[in-house]
Write a protein that binds this ligand. Structure first.
Ligand code: SF4
Length: 700
């Protein structure tokens, strides 16, 4: 109450962390956030997790970038990470905005002149607003003339989007999380929502307590499994074997929805034929789940009045991630569990705006609204809208761009709000690539590991310092409002992109995010009906919303799928293995992921005092028997080594992993998990295999 009496103002906004998109209120005094409360948004109904409630004081951290910076002439870039975390600005000198912007643009233009558009690339951010992401991809496409533009969707749900676009014609969820109130069965696979989507997890737990059947499938037993009626701890890397066996059982038990298959899908006979060999009896020893359990789960899922499937990156981050998702879509389609309330498919999106950044075309193969760059009609539409000529070929994805740098094909990059020097797989390779760029422009709020390799750094705005729209996992377009001013000379990201565009000879005329949003409405039929005024008034509108006054559609595919003939495609998936299997030299399996208190590469949460006090240092989770076997106790240190790198970290006993598995969060720069991970890619989604590689474990 004392806090309430002393605040200057309250600002309604959205949480900057995960894709659940909880609405919150900032309580502000003297340009500082004093505390945060949840408000009644469609995704949270007042609830917040520890990150949303306490993870805000990173904005005041002493390491905020306050002035533009240019690399000192005598500070060469070294591939190995030699950043001095106590003095991270060591290699840089302060510059004026005018000097920094001109230097940033001139360096990119120089590469453009010497190598052409193929010599350039850009990474945008799923943490920025829709308007920032839209303008960033437009700048790369129209100012640098390349489709080499991507963002961290490539590292989380690119395989989900690839499968969904192929089979049902839309890369987003079919139903919101809130539909768990209307379903009978919830299947949660490859997801640790208690840590990664905590408020959504609270609704799953409530639903389980209210009598819904919760089925959890995961190689690692996490907190949510305590609430499950059935927990399937399948062997890592065997998703396709297990899911194909469940589908086989659905067919064998005659639980398919024949009318739905007949009227709304194509390819059933080929799928049925393909599934014949995947009997539960044959797949049981492969996936580690008894055949009778596979039959039972098939019966529960397919015979209920409404079953929903939620999945996370345990499904998507594999070289067979797209096949994993194809199985989930096939299962839902043959069971008729799509196209109405209380059923459907829901990839739980990671970052707060990864859905929106993907929707607005921050990807190398599509323009806004997933209109393909190699579709001539789409290209002509965007050439007319943007008054330019566009590259007709899809660009390179995140990891492909790193390879292209080392192959000497790409020499200049503009990176806004991403941290590939921590988030990419095989970091020694990624850092070598970043260090070898002729010109790297980084726009960020902190001196990140990626900014360490920059030639010029543009100090940007944190989430509460700007206004814009953000799209959550439920397809809710929500208004984030500015609560405080950026510190020092830091500027709003939109303002920086516009200043860069001007110096790249783009004749743009936007007077703030509202103007950008209005152009997005013209570019994107899916949000054409959403007005800025309505967003200001209602804070959240669900797309598709094609005409003004349209209430929006929380549930899609009620009558037709978004493919040309309106039918969904059933696509068989073959069981295949991870790229790097354990062997005598590297006998253990590494699984990377997140912790409740930290977010992605830790740039924000490790500078948020409450969160960092709760989880202050790197830690790996190993089964107690495994620890006993190597003679290490909880709290002691181990060395983890893969064919690509080595780290030292403390350990924690965790009976949720099986002996021989290691779970490692990727947010700690002191023990960067991605020094170990494998950059092998899923052929369709181009997503790296973060969820499986071979490692050695030994006491430190
Ligand atoms: Fe923020 Fe996600 Fe937590 Fe909600 S669940 S408060 S959106 S981190």
């Amino acid at each position: 109450d004392v806090g309430r009496q002393t605040i200057d103002r309250q600002v309604d906004s959205v949480c900057p962390y995960c894709g659940v998109g909880c609405q919150l209120t900032y309580h502000v005094k003297d340009n500082r956030i004093q505390f945060v409360e949840g408000r009644d948004g469609p995704a949270n109904h007042g609830r917040l997790c520890v990150k949303g409630r306490y993870g805000f004081d990173y904005v005041n951290h002493r390491q905020r970038l306050l002035t533009p910076l240019i690399r000192k002439a005598d500070a060469p870039k070294r591939p190995e990470m030699d950043m001095d975390y106590d003095n991270p600005l060591r290699d840089f000198r302060e510059a004026s905005w005018e000097e920094a912007l001109q230097y940033a643009a001139d360096g990119l233009k120089k590469v453009l002149d010497s190598r052409g558009p193929a010599g350039l690339a850009g990474f945008g951010s799923a943490k920025g607003s829709n308007e920032e992401a839209y303008l960033f991809q437009k700048l790369i496409r129209t100012g640098l003339h390349t489709n080499n533009v991507d963002h961290c969707t490539r590292l989380c749900h690119a395989s989900s989007v690839a499968a969904l676009l192929q089979m049902v014609g839309s890369g987003a969820v079919t139903n919101p999380v809130a539909d768990v109130d209307k379903c009978e069965v919830i299947v949660l696979i490859g997801s640790n929502p208690t840590s990664n989507h905590p408020v959504a997890a609270s609704f799953f737990k409530n639903a389980a307590r209210a009598g819904k059947t919760l089925i959890v499938m995961d190689p690692r037993k996490t907190d949510i499994a305590r609430h499950a009626h059935h927990f399937l701890q399948f062997h890592p890397d065997t998703d396709v074997a297990m899911l194909n066996a469940i589908m086989h059982a659905v067919i064998e038990l005659d639980l398919v929805d024949k009318a739905f298959i007949e009227q709304r899908t194509e390819g059933y006979e080929a799928l049925k034929q393909h599934l014949q060999e995947y009997t539960p009896e044959r797949m049981a020893p492969i996936c580690g789940i008894p055949a009778e359990t596979l039959y039972e789960v098939a019966r529960i899922y397919a015979s209920s009045k409404g079953s929903m499937i939620f999945w996370g990156m345990g499904v998507s981050q594999h070289v067979h991630g797209t096949d994993n998702v194809r199985c989930l879509i096939d299962l839902a389609l043959i069971s008729g569990q799509v196209g109405r309330e209380g059923c459907g498919l829901h990839p739980l999106r990671g970052q707060n705006n990864v859905q929106g950044a993907s929707d607005v075309g921050l990807m190398p193969m599509v323009y806004p609204d997933y209109q393909r760059v190699d579709n001539q009609d789409a290209r002509h539409r965007f050439e007319a809208l943007w008054n330019t000529t566009l590259d007709p070929d899809p660009g390179l994805t995140v990891v492909e761009i790193m390879h292209a740098i080392l192959d000497g094909e790409i020499a200049g990059m503009y990176i806004m709000g991403e941290n590939p020097a921590m988030s990419d797989p095989n970091l020694n390779h990624a850092r070598q690539a970043l260090a070898s760029l002729e010109h790297l422009v980084v726009q960020d709020i902190f001196m990140t590991e990626t900014a360490h390799y920059a030639d010029v750094i543009l100090p940007a705005s944190a989430f509460p310092e700007k206004t814009g729209t953000f799209t959550n996992t439920d397809r809710n377009v929500q208004m984030g409002r500015q609560a405080i001013d950026p510190p020092g000379q830091a500027r709003q990201d939109l303002e920086i992109i516009l200043a860069m565009a001007e110096r790249l000879n783009l004749n743009w005329d936007y007077n703030g995010p509202q103007d950008v949003f209005n152009e997005m409405r013209r570019a994107m039929p899916s949000i054409a009906g959403i007005t800025w005024e309505r967003l200001k008034k209602e804070s959240s509108v669900t797309y598709p919303c094609r005409k003004e006054g349209d209430p929006g559609q929380p549930v899609i595919f009620q009558e037709r799928f978004l493919r040309a003939d309106g039918k969904a495609a059933l696509v068989p998936a073959h069981y295949s293995h991870a790229d790097e299997l354990p062997d005598d030299a590297y006998p253990c399996i590494l699984i990377t992921g997140r912790q409740l208190e930290h977010w992605h590469t830790g740039a924000m949460t490790r500078r948020a005092s409450v969160l960092n006090n709760l989880e202050p240092q790197p830690v790996a989770m190993l089964h107690p028997e495994h620890l006993q076997q190597i003679g290490v106790q909880s709290g002691q240190a181990i060395i983890l080594r893969s064919r690509r790198g080595e780290i030292t970290t403390r350990v924690r006993s965790d009976s949720g992993v099986t002996p021989g598995q290691v779970f490692l969060p990727f947010c700690y720069y002191e023990a960067a998990a991605n020094l170990l991970t494998n950059e092998a890619l899923d052929p369709d989604g181009k997503i790296p295999e973060f969820k499986f590689c071979a490692v050695q474990v030994e006491p430190a």
